[in-house]
Ligand binder design. Structure first.
Ligand code: V47
Length: 371
C-alpha cells in the first residue's frame, strides 16, 4: 500500500497520524486529498455545523517593548502611532459590544514599557464589573509571561488573580512557531515555546479554557509547522483544555518581513486541512475570516474548519499588516457565508455553548430566560 493509502486508512479508523505522516502530507499530498481527509475528521467531530460568534475586539494599547519581525501593529513608546486607551474609552468599547449583543470581548495588546501590572488587571476588572455577562477572552501567553517578568510573581498566581477579577478564557495568540530555529529569528525576546505551553497548562489547571494559534507563511519550513502541531497535540492530551486551533496566515505589509510574499490560497487551505488532521484531539479548527479573507474562509469550511470566528469589529493587528477584509461582518453575512458553503450556522458563545436569541436578548442553551 502506498503512503497516502496508509494515511487514509488511519484517518478513516480515527487513528493518530505521526510526525512523519504530517510531513508526508505537507510535502506530497495534493490539495483535494487533503481536503477530503480533513473533511472526514471535521464531519466526524462537528457534523455539518459551522460555528460563529458575536464578538468585539479591543486592543487597549499598541505600545510594545518587543519588536517581533512579523508585527505591523506595535509602536515604540515615543512613536506618534502609539496609543493607550483611557478607562472611559475601554468602557465605551465594552458598552458598544453590549449594545451590539456581543457575548465576547477579545482583549489583546502590546507590552507597554511603563504601564504597571495593575493597569492590565484594571482593564479586566473594570469591564467585568460593568458588563458581567460579556465573556472576557483576554491576553495571550506572551502577555501573561510579561506580567510575571514585571512583578516577579508566578504566572499561575497571576492567572488566578485575573480569574477572580473576571477573566473568562485565554486567546491563542503569541504561539507563532514554537521551534527555536524560527522563533529566535522572528521574536527572540518574548516567551519561548516552553513558557507558552506552561502558561496554557496552568490556565487549564485553573479551569480556564484557551485557544492555540500558529503563524505560518513566513520563514518557517513545513517540518516546523508539523513540530508545532505535535507540541500542541501533546499538551492537549495532557489537559484537554484547548477549544480551538487557529492557523494564522502571515500578512507582510508594514512589517520587517515585508519583502516576503503572502501565503497563497492553496497554502492556506493545505495548512487548514493538515491542522485538522494532525490535531485529532482539538474539538474545533477556526478559519479566522479577517486573516484568510472572506472567500478563503468560506472554502475552508470544506477543508477542516468548523468555525469562522465572529463579527469582530475594530480589528487592528491584521488591518495594520495589510488585510483587505472588512472591519466587521454582520450576523446575517456570517450566516449567509456558512449556508452558501452548505453548512448549518450555529451561534456559539466563547465556550461553544449554543446561543439563543429572542428580541435582542440572548441566552446560552435552552430555554431562553428573560434577562
Ligand atoms: O500572536 C501578528 C499574529 C496573533 C501578524 O484565540 C500576525 O480566538 C499575520 O492570536 N500577519 C494575534 N499574523 C491574533 C490571535 C487571534 C486572532 C483571532 C482569534 C484568536 C482566538 C486569536 O496575530 C499574534 C500573531 O501570531 N500576527 N502580526 C501579521 N502581520
Amino acid at each position: 500500500m502506498n503512503r497516502i493509502a496508509v494515511i487514509r486508512e488511519k484517518v478513516e479508523a480515527g487513528q493518530r497520524l505521526s510526525f512523519e505522516d504530517g510531513l508526508y502530507l505537507e510535502e506530497e499530498a495534493d490539495l483535494f486529498t487533503l481536503g477530503e481527509l480533513a473533511n472526514i475528521v471535521r464531519e466526524r467531530k462537528n457534523g455539518n455545523r459551522a460555528y460563529y460568534n458575536v464578538n468585539v475586539h479591543i486592543n487597549p494599547t499598541n505600545v510594545c517593548v518587543f519588536r517581533c519581525t512579523f508585527c505591523a501593529f506595535r509602536a515604540d513608546l515615543k512613536s506618534p502611532k502609539g496609543y493607550v486607551m483611557s478607562d472611559e474609552q475601554i468602557l465605551e468599547r465594552a458598552a458598544e459590544a453590549d449594545r451590539r449583543g456581543a457575548t465576547e470581548l477579545h482583549i489583546v495588546g502590546g507590552l507597554h514599557h511603563q504601564l504597571p501590572y495593575e493597569w492590565y488587571l484594571n482593564v479586566v476588572r473594570l469591564i467585568h464589573r460593568e458588563f458581567p455577562r460579556l465573556h472576557l477572552k483576554a491576553y495571550t501567553a506572551v502577555e501573561w509571561d510579561w506580567f510575571s517578568r514585571m512583578t516577579g510573581r508566578p504566572t499561575r498566581d497571576i492567572l488566578a488573580e485575573f480569574k477572580d477579577a473576571g477573566l473568562g478564557s485565554l486567546p491563542g495568540g503569541g504561539a507563532e512557531i514554537f521551534h527555536p530555529e524560527v522563533r529566535d529569528l522572528i521574536c527572540e525576546h518574548k516567551a519561548d515555546a516552553d513558557s507558552w505551553l506552561r502558561i496554557h497548562r496552568e490556565a487549564h489547571s485553573l479551569g480556564l479554557r484557551s485557544n492555540a494559534t500558529m503563524l505560518y507563511g513566513h520563514i518557517e519550513k513545513p517540518w516546523h509547522r508539523i513540530d508545532h502541531l505535535c507540541r500542541l497535540r501533546a499538551l492537549q492530551d495532557e489537559t484537554g483544555g484547548f477549544q480551538t486551533f487557529i492557523p494564522l496566515a502571515f500578512h507582510p505589509d508594514n512589517t520587517r518581513l515585508s519583502h516576503l510574499p503572502k501565503p497563497s490560497g492553496v497554502t492556506d487551505l493545505r495548512v487548514m486541512a493538515i491542522s485538522r488532521l494532525m490535531l485529532d484531539n482539538f474539538p474545533h479548527i477556526k478559519a479566522y475570516w479577517v486573516m484568510l479573507g472572506i472567500k478563503t474562509a468560506q472554502v475552508a469550511l470544506s477543508f477542516g474548519a468548523d468555525d469562522i470566528d465572529g463579527t469582530v469589529v475594530h480589528e487592528r493587528i491584521y488591518h495594520d499588516a495589510g488585510s483587505t477584509a472588512p472591519q466587521e461582518l454582520t450576523v446575517a453575512e456570517l450566516r449567509r457565508l456558512i449556508e452558501e458553503a452548505g453548512r448549518v450556522p450555529i451561534e456559539r458563545d466563547t465556550l461553544y455553548r449554543e446561543v439563543v436569541r429572542d428580541n435582542g436578548r440572548w441566552q446560552t442553551g435552552r430555554p431562553l430566560a428573560t434577562v
